[in-house]
Design a protein around this ligand. Structure first.
Ligand SMILES: [Zn+2]
Length: 305
C-alpha cells in the first residue's frame, strides 16, 4: 500500500508556514525539531573516535553539527535521484495486528524486500561498517549513509511511523488538536512536541532538550536508560525498535481515538512522556550505533557479509 506520511506532513508544514509567515520567526516543522533533538542527543554522547569520524564525514557547511543535516533525507525524498528512498521512512503493518514481522511488513509499495525503515537502518549500518574496514568511499557514499542512518533512527522511534496500513499510520484519521485541524499522524510527528516547547519552555528548543536529557541521564528515569543500548547484533536492532513503536502506537496513539474528535489536555498529558522517551531513546541508540561502528575497538561489530 503506497503511503506518503512524511510528504503529507511536509505539505501540512508548508501550509502552516505560509499561514504564519507574517507573524512567526522561521517556522520549524516538527519533523525538523524531532530529528534535530535525536541527533543532538546522540552527538553529545559520542566517544572521541566516533565524534571524529562524524566530523570527518559531515560536509563543511554543517560545521561539525550532525543535527543540522538530520532532516536532509526528508528534503530529498522527492528528488528524482532519491525517490527510491521514499518508502524507507516508515512501515505499514496489518490493521489491528499490533505487531511487526520483518518478512511480512518490510517491503516497498511494489513489494521490494527490505524497503522500510527497519531495513534501511540495517542497510546503512552495514554500509558504515566499511568505514573502519578501510573499504569506504569507493563503493558507498559514507556521508549519505551517516545522514540516512541518523534520520531513520529518529523515524523508527516515532510510534506512528510503524502504524496500520489502511489509515497510513494515522495520516487519514482527521481530528482536531486543541483548536486546529490535524490528523493522528501529525499529532505524533509534530503537534505534541511543538505544544510542549511553546507551553512549557517558552518556545526554547534548547531548554526542552536540556530538560529531556537531564530527565533521562541523571533524573528520575535514569535507571531506564542503561537498558536502551542493549542490542547484540546491530543489523537486527531496528526490528526491536520497530516492534516497540507499533506496540506504543496501539497502546497509546490509536487507543480510544475516534475520527473527528478533539484531542487536548488529557491526550497531551498522558502521551507526551511517550514522545519524550522515544526521542531520547532514538538519540541514545544512535550514539550506541555510531560508537560501535566508528569505535577504535570494533571487534564487537560483525564484518559485513
Ligand atoms: Zn522521515
Amino acid at each position: 500500500m503506497a503511503s506518503d506520511k512524511c510528504s503529507s506532513f511536509l505539505l501540512a508544514a508548508a501550509a502552516v508556514s505560509v499561514f504564519v509567515l507574517a507573524s512567526a520567526p522561521a517556522a520549524h516543522s516538527w519533523s525538523k525539531e524531532g530529528h534535530m533533538l535525536t541527533c543532538r542527543i546522540a552527538q553529545d554522547l559520542l566517544e572521541p573516535a566516533a565524534a571524529h569520524a562524524v566530523r570527518n564525514l559531515l560536509p563543511e557547511e554543517a560545521d561539525g553539527d550532525l543535527s543540522a543535516l538530520c532532516v536532509w533525507p526528508d528534503q530529498v525524498r522527492h528528488w528524482y535521484k532519491y525517490r527510491w528512498t521514499s518508502p524507507l521512512h516508515f512501515i505499514d503493518t496489518p490493521d489491528q495486528a499490533c505487531s511487526f514481522v520483518y518478512s511480512r511488513d518490510c517491503h516497498g509499495p511494489d513489494g521490494a524486500e527490505d524497503m522500510c525503515v527497519a531495513g534501511a537502518i540495517a542497510n546503512f549500518t552495514s554500509q558504515l561498517m566499511h568505514y573502519n574496514h578501510g573499504s569506504a568511499d569507493r563503493k558507498y557514499n559514507m556521508t549519505e549513509a551517516l545522514l540516512f542512518l541518523s534520520h531513520f533512527m529518529g523515524d523508527v522511534h516515532q510510534p506512528m511511523h510503524v502504524g496500520f496500513t489502511s489509515d497510513q499510520g494515522g495520516n487519514t484519521i482527521n481530528l482536531r488538536w486543541f483548536r486546529h485541524k490535524s490528523n493522528l499522524h501529525h499529532v505524533w510527528d509534530r503537534e505534541m512536541i511543538l505544544t510542549a516547547i511553546s507551553e512549557f519552555y517558552g518556545k526554547d528548543m534548547d531548554a526542552f532538550q536540556k530538560d529531556l536529557v537531564q530527565n533521562f541521564t541523571t533524573g528520575t528515569r535514569s535507571d531506564d536508560v542503561s537498558s536502551w543500548g542493549e542490542c547484540e547484533d546491530l543489523l537486527s536492532c531496528s526490528t526491536k525498535y520497530a516492534t516497540e513503536s507499533i506496540n506504543l502506537a496501539c497502546k497509546w496513539a490509536y487507543n480510544d481515538v475516534r475520527e473527528g474528535e478533539t484531542l487536548s489536555d488529557d491526550y497531551f498529558g498522558s502521551r507526551l512522556p511517550i514522545v519524550t522517551r522515544r526521542i531520547a531513546q532514538g538519540g541514545v541508540r544512535l550514539a550506541m550505533f555510531l560508537n560501535r561502528l566508528f569505535g577504535e575497538h570494533d571487534h564487537d561489530v560483525a564484518p559485513p557479509a
